[in-house]
Write a protein that binds this ligand. Structure first.
Ligand code: SF4
Ligand code: SF4
Length: 333
């Protein structure tokens, strides 16, 4: 497959994306869970806080989008209220990133035009998915995905690629087509949370593996009428490097009031802002913002600091690939 057929989705300064972690609790215990309670706490935002923070981050001058996350966001009893409150404020799109369990009878309480539902599956069948996400999880997630599609919800599937499931990714387009799912997000495993903790080494895929597998699978899915989005990861020669922390507006909000601009920083107290009461306050000292402007030949500074293993060098010491911002995506339709 010719990778150039994929279109890079450039950062849009007129857009503001709010990644709102409502709680850190989850009914699952995935092997590569990115939640880090030592940094993000174990709290749940109250209904009132949910309203206040949605109001705080809504910018009428921008196309504001909110993605509700957790932990598992559908465990929050006020999720539906939060969705309707966000809609009333004027958020352009509202997405729920769920592990597929859809607690509190979500499908019965929400109408299809109120939110997009994103389901996480890390394998095309239980044999691949369940060792990563838990016994019986594939069946529940698939069942709720089918129900949501039958009810007319706009759905997508997120597949987090690691060395444990890379070689099964090629079977996903057929599964999604058979289910009638028209959107597919391929995500790369990040060294965060459990993946960064001891004993999880070896989960990352090499540049060769990524470039060998992902564009081909994306192309196959697109041929079946599925809209595929996946991280750019490696910049092509001549492509400009841009750090989203400098040129885009993405806010990753946690229940303990921490606000990050870069998801790779989430395992560290490097958050650029905190929420105090109803105000967004910029932190002093060394924060992620100080790192964004560092220019290095490898591209993304945080990647170089946290995941140097995915950078390869020529004999003269220059990097073989520059690593793009983890938020830069490509799409194929
Ligand atoms: S579903 Fe998400 S939050 Fe829950 S354990 Fe898995 S990765 Fe973590
Ligand atoms: S991933 Fe790298 S390039 Fe993207 S916001 Fe973070 S530091 Fe910047």
């Amino acid at each position: 497959m010719n990778q150039s057929l994929a279109r890079t989705i450039h950062f849009r300064p007129q857009e503001r994306n709010i990644f709102f972690h409502l709680l850190t609790a989850c009914n699952l215990s995935c092997r590569h869970c990115y939640i880090n309670p030592a940094q993000h706490g174990t709290g749940t935002v109250s209904r009132q806080t949910m309203e206040e923070w949605l109001t705080l981050f809504y910018n009428p001058a921008k196309e504001s989008n909110v993605i509700f996350l957790g932990g598992e966001p559908t465990l929050h009893p006020d999720l539906v209220h939060g969705i309707r409150f966000a809609r009333s404020l004027g958020y352009r799109s509202i997405t729920i990133d769920s592990n597929g369990f859809l607690h509190h009878n979500l499908l019965d309480r929400l109408s299809p035009d109120e939110a997009v539902l994103s389901f996480s599956l890390d394998g095309p069948d239980p044999a691949v998915n369940d060792p990563l996400r838990g016994e019986g999880v594939f069946a529940v997630c698939r069942g709720n995905l089918e129900k949501a599609i039958a009810l007319g919800f706009d759905v997508s599937v997120i597949y987090t690629v690691s060395s444990l499931n890379l070689n099964h990714l090629h079977r996903m387009p057929e599964l999604l087509a058979s289910l009638g799912c028209k959107r597919f997000f391929i995500q790369v495993i990040g060294l965060r949370g459990k993946s960064a903790a001891g004993g999880q080494g070896g989960l990352q895929v090499s540049p060769e593996e990524w470039l060998r597998v992902i564009p081909e699978v994306a192309s196959n899915a697109a041929r079946r009428g599925i809209h595929v989005i996946y991280p750019k990861v490696f910049l092509e020669s001549g492509e400009e490097f841009q750090c989203a922390g400098l040129v885009a507006e993405n806010y990753f909000i946690f229940p303990n009031g921490r606000v990050y601009l870069c998801p790779l920083c989430e395992d560290f107290p490097l958050h650029s802002h905190r929420i105090e009461g109803k105000r967004l306050v910029e932190n002093e000292g060394i924060t992620e913002k100080k790192l964004f402007s560092l220019t290095i030949p490898e591209g993304c500074v945080m990647n170089k600091l946290l995941q140097p293993g995915n950078i390869e060098y020529h004999a003269d010491g220059s990097p073989r690939h520059r690593i793009s911002c983890c938020l830069l995506k490509q799409e194929l339709r």
